[in-house]
Design a binder for this molecule. Structure first.
Ligand code: SF4
Length: 502
């Protein structure tokens, strides 16, 4: 007896698909949230431009909102390339519903992402405002973290100053060798009279080398003028970045995550290899978008910088950043580190472990953007000290202590970290690991498809907008977000906060 299996619908049957496009997607489908949230945006106000790509003159352009919906859908479904997006528009029922059957060409799709970098940032910001309106942001504690994302450029595209200098030396050696060969050729020619012709291959090679030398020289001059040490030949803004064992040709993406629902409230794409200059800028950006005058920020020790801590305090941010132990090497050698010297503010002196005084010497000096005051005790006064072998430098010079202009602020920070640092660091790990983990592992968004800051920043905004949208849907559900967006559109974006307060 033949086995029975489940039977599908016969292909020749007329009503294979639901009769209405509206029935292609359920009421709780994510595409309805994408549709409603994009419809609430004032696209011309945000700076979106029309996308016509390969349209013939006279044909109407595609609505930027439609292309933004397409990209959001694609990024949330691991489809990012313009050619694959075009293909999906033809066969994907959710996209047929979302775009109402329109199929932009891959050129139009790619052009939208290329020309709307700034507008995509504005759209992302608008969605954070929407989260704020919905009371989804706590505005009290943020976690800041940086992560490397690969550029659309290979490691081999990076040229460093050292690499250029080595290449130029090699070209010079080759030029010398070829010039000598040419000279020898000329000498032979002279001896042979008119019988020997100039070697055209040799002359051509010499010309090639000279052109290469000029190109490399121009690149070196460009680096020296800009003060940078490397550049990528493929993506002008990407850099070879390294952190611990991680080495990436790409960008360093900074993000601020609000602790209420792990939403990314602000972000920035940089090409700096470390996070040391980022803390205050990130705090200010997060405070500005959440309209708060004070905030608590947690970050890892890579963010520690006296200048940045001072800037955070001035901005109203209380930060928790582990203090790297600068004295480790000294104490490891069994020597007395600066930590063992106590500052006496009443007398403005340092007291050494032997109980002697180190008074202030000279005027404060500037180093790495920090004003430092020197306190020292001449070696001649330490002659009889039993600690001099582990205290004085090997050269036998005076013992010196430098006090930073931010010393009091650093001391307060040290105390804050001693009281609640471990707890804050646990909180930090729980907050920042989620967004980057989701972006990279869940969605596979660990690399950019576009090049240059302007476009890369736009693409990053698209990724973060997708991440935040999904979190809001998970929190509120498609229906609640859609209802709010409809209301927001009716009232007008700028009046929403007033309206809600009323
Ligand atoms: S060597 Fe001089 S500065 Fe160092 S502990 Fe002794 S007295 Fe103090």
């Amino acid at each position: 007896m033949a086995r029975r299996y489940k039977q599908g619908t016969a292909r020749a049957q007329e009503a294979l698909l639901p009769p209405r496009v509206e029935d292609y997607v359920s009421e709780t489908n994510l595409v309805r949230a994408i549709d409603a949230s994009v419809d609430t945006l004032d696209l011309p106000e945000l700076g979106f431009t029309k996308s016509g790509g390969d349209l013939t003159p006279g044909q109407p352009a595609f609505d930027p909102g439609l292309l933004l919906k397409l990209y959001l859908y694609g990024y949330l479904n691991r489809v990012r390339s313009s050619r694959r997006l075009e293909r999906e528009c033809r066969r994907n029922l959710e996209l047929i519903w979302l775009l109402e059957g329109l199929v932009p060409s891959y050129r139009t799709i790619a052009e939208f992402r290329r020309v709307n970098g700034k507008a995509l940032r504005a759209a992302n910001r608008d969605f954070v405002m929407l989260c704020h309106e919905l009371d989804l942001l706590g505005g009290e504690t943020i976690a800041i973290d940086g992560s490397f994302f690969h550029a659309s450029a290979s490691d081999a595209s990076i040229t460093t100053k050292k690499h250029l200098e080595t290449e130029l030396k090699k070209i010079e050696r080759d030029l010398e060798a070829y010039t000598q060969s040419l000279d020898a050729n000329d000498a032979q020619e002279d001896q042979a009279g008119d019988g020997l012709d100039e070697d055209p291959a040799l002359a051509e090679k010499l010309k090639e080398l000279k052109e290469r030398q000029a190109r490399k020289q121009a690149q070196l001059e460009r680096l020296e003028t800009s003060g940078e040490t490397q550049f990528s030949r493929t993506d002008p803004d990407a850099r070879a970045l390294s952190k611990g064992k991680q080495q990436v040709t790409g960008y360093n993406v900074q993000s601020c995550v609000d602790d209420k629902h792990k939403l990314i409230v602000s972000h920035e794409v940089t090409n700096e290899g470390n996070d040391q200059n980022q803390l205050s800028g990130q705090c200010r950006a997060a405070m500005e978008i959440m309209s708060v005058n004070a905030i608590t920020a947690v970050a890892d020790s890579g963010y520690y910088s006296e200048v940045e801590l001072a800037a955070c305090e001035a901005a109203g941010a209380t930060v928790y950043v582990p203090i790297p132990d600068k004295h480790k090497a000294v104490t490891g050698q069994g020597r007395l580190s600066g930590k063992r010297f106590q500052y006496n503010s009443t007398r403005d002196v340092y007291i050494c472990p032997a109980g002697e005084l180190l008074p202030r010497r000279g005027q404060p000096q500037q180093k790495n953007g920090i004003r430092r005051t020197r306190y020292s005790r001449p070696a001649s006064q330490c002659r009889d000290c039993p600690l001099k072998a582990v205290c004085l430098p090997a050269s036998g010079a005076a013992r010196r202590i430098y006090r930073s202009e931010h010393a009091e602020l650093i001391e307060a920070h040290r105390q804050r970290m001693a009281e609640s640092g471990p707890e804050k660091m646990r909180q930090r790990a729980g907050l920042v690991e989620h967004p980057f983990g989701t972006l990279k592992r869940w969605f596979g968004w660990d690399h950019f498809l576009v090049r240059g800051f302007k476009k890369v920043r736009g693409e990053m905004s698209l990724m973060i907008l997708g991440y935040n949208l999904l979190r809001v849907v998970n929190r509120l559900g498609v229906g609640a977000l859609r209802d709010y967006c409809v209301r927001r559109k009716q009232v007008g974006n700028s009046q929403v906060l007033t309206h809600l307060a009323a």
